[in-house]
Design a binder for this molecule. Structure first.
Ligand code: 3HC
Ligand code: NAI
Length: 717
């Protein structure tokens, strides 16, 4: 709803009231219509201010209403009504003005913003475009290039940047509503005719065609099959080339197409899923809202390789004091330099001073005695990690939380090396750790709720989306990756090429296909893990393509034996112009190697089509997701989907693997898995899991109902 009052004698003050972000629900829209009527019909009122309750202007349309038919007054005529008002209307922007919220402000005649307010049109992240006139008014106000940038990236700008762009008329560091009221008094006698943005001509640009071609190319490259960014460019083009009324018609058509697309549903699901994972619970019944996190003022990071450096930077940027520790002197020196320059770059981007004084370095463990939390990031080697945990347990003060960044080793085993296993949890970051938004927080069988709450809260403080998961090999993300990678290898054996598999997966929307990704992260990583698992040698009398009773592809191992570790060695599944090179080129050597391998093992290459690549890779991955749910390792499908979108470049417009399974149809996924499992009975990961069968038997309920079919989460090894 919206509240109305008259202030300073002649200013009508309208306050949007819908906590927590004053989203434009049907009731709020009705409230605006009613209060505007009041203000305009009150003869004492000379000007109007619109603001939001509790220091937040407006978070945009109410996304929860998108799944049901529209009720209440529609937004477009409402904003038109505000703009055509005969009395000056001023938007008082504090907190946020996003999406429909900013569109409402664009309909006002003046905009006063707090310097720290965040303004933006982030609809593109919800699979939409600014469909309440935003795509037509913004370019008219700030010019086409700046509008294209804001609308296609959905990025927020601060009040201060908004002033530079010409998006707002004035910025203040004081009480924004008071300033807006003063401003409204000062313009009360000025008719707002010349202030209606929809009547502005769109600023001319010397080469519109080149500008839009470039923009379209950029978004297509970034969008990876997403419709919304492309539609955003088309809508802005309409603003630049058509009269306002026709531009609005084009905006309406494009919005209608997007609104009913599966992509918008998927991205809105992702929006709510990111928030739902914060409401975690544990098998014991401990929950996010009943557990108080411990305070973390000072932390220690052990091991300053790829991960430890990024983790240190993320902690410092979150305001935590850090002792960064590394045993290898050369590595310590290099890490020091790398961390300082990452902090400097980050600070420059954010326009603040680098907090170099928040970090100290050590080549021994002693500072552990004085910290609240430790994150271990040494090599992925259980014996080494156990030793580190023993040392920490002896050194740390009582109550220090001990966390491991392991990619998949058993948290319970690490905990059992310590005197207080309840203080041990996994904090699984993703590379680069100061950039990637995902954090898997892994609770072992003895982790205390407070330890989990502390890791979850610390993740949030670092700007991450933290997902609490149970303890099992590879946790959620890497456990699901295993059958996906396996299928890709098997497909190579059966006749396809890395280029074709990657092309199919990239067309689906992954930033990188599985082989390019493997070259980037290094083939040796998986090789070492397989070695530790005793998988590298076939048992006597068995085929080289069977290990531990199941089908196994030795292709990755054979490449590693040749020193082909991927980008870092200049050769992997592709070739690169030099070690460390980034441009992957098909490698005739690899194709010859695959042919030889097939001949050696009596395999006849067959034609493998697009559908088979996609289904075998993705359905095997999804099937493992269902198993993870069945085992209670993830609390719900949202947890898996958030992990995959934020950690594994699953395209957001496809929601995540579990959401996607629902989109494809659970019945179809089940049938195709049955089909492939019949063809390959020696691949257990293709055998449809019971939960999937159970869901299909129960009529394939929508993804938000799956929790009703799940056991309570638990730790399982
Ligand atoms: N509609 C409905 N609910 C919303 C919402 C919205 N626009 N924006 C936020 N919420 C809800 C969240 O789901 C969350 O609910 P929960 O507590 O039940 O989980 C609650 O508000 C608080 O949100 P956050 O946890 O995200 O709070 P933060 O303070 O971290 O962030 C925010 C606030 C920056 C406003 C962030 O919520 C956000 O980015 N919201 C979405 C903004 C947006 O995309 N607006 C465009 C909507 S589409 C539109 O306007 C179409 C138009 O062009 C026609
Ligand atoms: P890395 O090899 O780059 O760095 C490990 C560092 O630990 C080295 O600098 C080494 O000198 C140091 N180290 C070894 N023993 C030590 C000890 N006793 N005390 C202090 N330092 C010691 O490894 P990376 O890639 O950073 O991985 C670290 C951990 O993070 C591993 O457990 C890995 O599985 C995990 N991880 C790695 C990811 C990646 O993409 N690289 C992603 C997520 C997790």
């Amino acid at each position: 709803m919206a509240q109305y009052s008259r202030v300073s004698g002649t200013v009508g003050l309208i306050t949007l009231l819908n906590p927590p972000v004053n989203a434009l629900s049907a009731a709020v829209r009705q409230g605006i219509v009613d209060t505007m009527d009041k203000a305009l019909s009150d003869r004492k009122v000379k000007s109007v201010v619109i603001c939001g309750h509790n220091g937040k202007f407006c978070g945009g349309a109410d996304i929860r209403e998108f799944s049901s038919p529209l009720t209440g007054p529609p937004l477009i005529p409402l904003i038109q009504g505000v703009e055509s008002a005969a009395k000056p209307v001023v938007a008082a922007i504090e907190g946020v003005a996003l999406g429909g919220g900013l569109e409402l402000a664009l309909g006002c005649h003046y905009r006063i913003a707090h310097s720290k307010a965040r303004l933006g049109l982030p609809e593109v992240h919800l699979g939409l475009l600014p469909g309440a006139g935003g795509s037509q008014r913004l370019p008219r106000l700030i010019g086409v290039p700046a509008a294209l940038d804001l609308i296609t990236t959905g990025r927020h700008v601060t009040g201060a940047e908004a002033l530079q762009l010409g998006l707002v008329d004035k910025v203040t560091d004081r009480n924004t509503v008071d300033e807006a009221v003063k401003f409204a008094l000062s313009v009360a006698d000025q008719p707002p005719n010349s202030r209606r943005v929809s009547t502005f001509p769109c600023p001319r640009h010397p080469d519109l065609d080149a500008l839009f071609e470039g923009a379209m190319q950029r978004v297509r490259q970034r969008a990876r099959g997403a419709l919304a960014p492309v539609a955003c460019v088309q809508a802005v083009r309409a603003a630049a080339t058509l009269p306002y009324a026709q531009g609005m018609e084009r905006e309406r058509e494009l919005m209608a197409t997007l609104f009913t697309s599966g992509q918008a549903r998927a991205q809105q699901y992702h929006f709510f899923a990111q928030r739902a994972v914060g409401r975690w619970s544990m098998p014991s019944g401990a929950r996010w809202d009943t557990t108080k996190p411990g305070a973390v003022h000072k932390a220690m990071v052990i091991g300053l390789g790829t991960m430890g450096r990024g983790i240190s930077v993320a902690l410092v940027q979150a305001g935590v004091s850090v002792v960064a520790m590394e045993t290898n002197e050369k590595q310590l020196m290099e890490a020091k330099q790398a961390i300082s320059s990452m902090l400097e770059r980050g600070a420059k981007r954010r326009g603040v001073a680098p907090a170099l004084d928040k970090i100290g370095y050590s080549s021994n463990m002693e500072p552990a005695a004085d910290v609240d939390l430790v994150i271990e990031a040494v090599f992925e080697d259980m014996a080494l990690k156990k030793k580190v945990f023993q040392q920490l347990s002896a050194l740390c003060k009582p109550g220090t939380f001990l966390c491991s960044n392991t990619s998949g080793l058993d948290i319970d085993q690490l905990a059992s090396e310590t005197r207080h296993p309840e203080l041990v949890v996994g904090m699984h970051f993703f590379a680069p750790a100061h950039v990637m938004k995902l954090l898997e927080v892994v609770y072992g069988s003895r982790s205390s709720p407070q330890a989990v709450a502390t890791a979850m809260e610390l993740g949030k403080q670092m700007g991450k989306v933290s997902v609490a998961v149970g303890n099992c090999r590879g946790f959620v993300g890497n456990r699901m990756l295993k059958p996906y990678l396996e299928q890709a290898f098997f497909l190579l054996e059966e006749g396809t090429t890395p280029e074709f598999v990657d092309q199919v997966l990239e067309e689906f929307g992954f930033a990188m296909g599985v082989f390019r990704m493997s070259d980037l992260s290094g083939l040796d990583v998986g090789w070492r893990v397989r070695k530790a698992d005793g998988l590298l040698n076939a048992s006597e009398g068995h085929s080289a393509r069977i290990r531990q009773g199941c089908r196994y592809s030795p292709l990755g191992d054979l490449l590693c034996e040749q020193g082909r570790f991927g980008q870092k060695t200049g050769r992997g599944w592709y070739q690169y112009d030099k070690p460390g090179g980034r441009v992957a080129k098909p490698d005739p050597w690899l194709h010859g190697f695959l042919e030889k391998f097939r001949t050696q093992h009596g395999l006849v290459a067959r034609r493998i089509d697009h559908q088979e690549v996609l289904e075998r890779c993705l359905y095997a991955l999804m099937n493992e997701g269902f198993r993870i749910l069945e085992d209670g390792i993830a609390a719900g499908p949202e947890d898996i989907d958030v992990i995959y979108v934020l950690g594994y470049s699953w395209p957001p417009h496809r929601g995540g693997p579990m959401f996607y399974a629902g989109m494809v149809g659970l019945q179809k996924v089940l049938e195709r898995l049955e089909h492939y499992h019949q063809e390959h009975p020696d691949i257990p990961s293709l055998k449809p899991c019971n939960l999937l069968r159970n869901l299909v038997v129960n009529g394939s309920p929508p993804v938000h109902k799956w929790r009703e079919f799940l056991k309570k989460p638990q730790s399982q090894l």
